[in-house]
Design a binder for this molecule. Sequence first.
Ligand code: HSE
Length: 306
Amino acid sequence: MNAAGSSCRVRVPATTANLGPGFDCLGLALDLWNDVTFALEGHGVAVSVEGEYTEGLPRDESNLVAQSFLRLCEEAGKAPPAGLRIDCRVRVPLSSGLGSSSTAVAAGVLGANELLGRPFGLDRLLELAADIEGHPDNVAAALLGGLTIVVRKGDALLTKKILVPEVNVALAVPDLAFSTKSARAGLPTQVSMQDAVFNLGRIPLVVEALRTGDYELLSQVMEDRLHQAARIKLIRGGPAAWIAAQRAGAAAVAISGSGPSLVAFVRLAADAARIAREMAAAFEEEGVAARPLWLAASAAGATVSV
Ligand code: HSE
């Protein structure tokens, strides 16, 4: 490895994907960040993780940050470094539908790209990250920030970042074992023309509602017929939390990514904490521990500093 520098720090935001109808196309960056530092030192790959959400995270080469780092080296035709130290500060809950694996993938490819002297531009980094992740919406929002639309075009990805005014969300993160892989495996492989049309008209309306801060419109169009019906059945307490959010005054509710968290879009930032607590309480009433979170969207995406 020809190192351009010997260390760097990468920050990557949490994301909420799909936003109701925009399955695999829409993502929104949130103001909650994982920090990862990379240093070319020692021998082999050493990973440390600290923070509230570290249980089960590997401390060796099998860690997703490390895997993504090494994959970028491979793509660049470079040998892996003789020694690599990765220190992760984890603030994004794991396996929650808040894009925690995307933060790991984005951090890994950005860190390697930096230490290799930036062989790849953002477009290629996004393609690589989406390839590792298996779907592009979380990584697009994590890398670009803000509200992003992403579509596949042949082997490439087309992305558009939409400028939005302040957006605030309330979330409930239930303590349920969940993986995106199983949540995707449970989805139908074919959908009806009617259901496709139902979603495709709503996607631009969700974007337009967020772009213009029109929560009346958002409350009518954040609906889906492609993935949420199958998934909500897997989320114990999810239907109750959904109703609780609506009763508490949320403009719109969706499953965050593939779940199990629910995300509610709120008109006023001052209401977000209360709505999040109501959602978490509804989970608790069904016997599922849940953490309330309230966050603003982040206009900024991942950053790299040396
Ligand atoms: N679009 C992806 C899915 C997001 O719904 O499976 C996963 O966070």
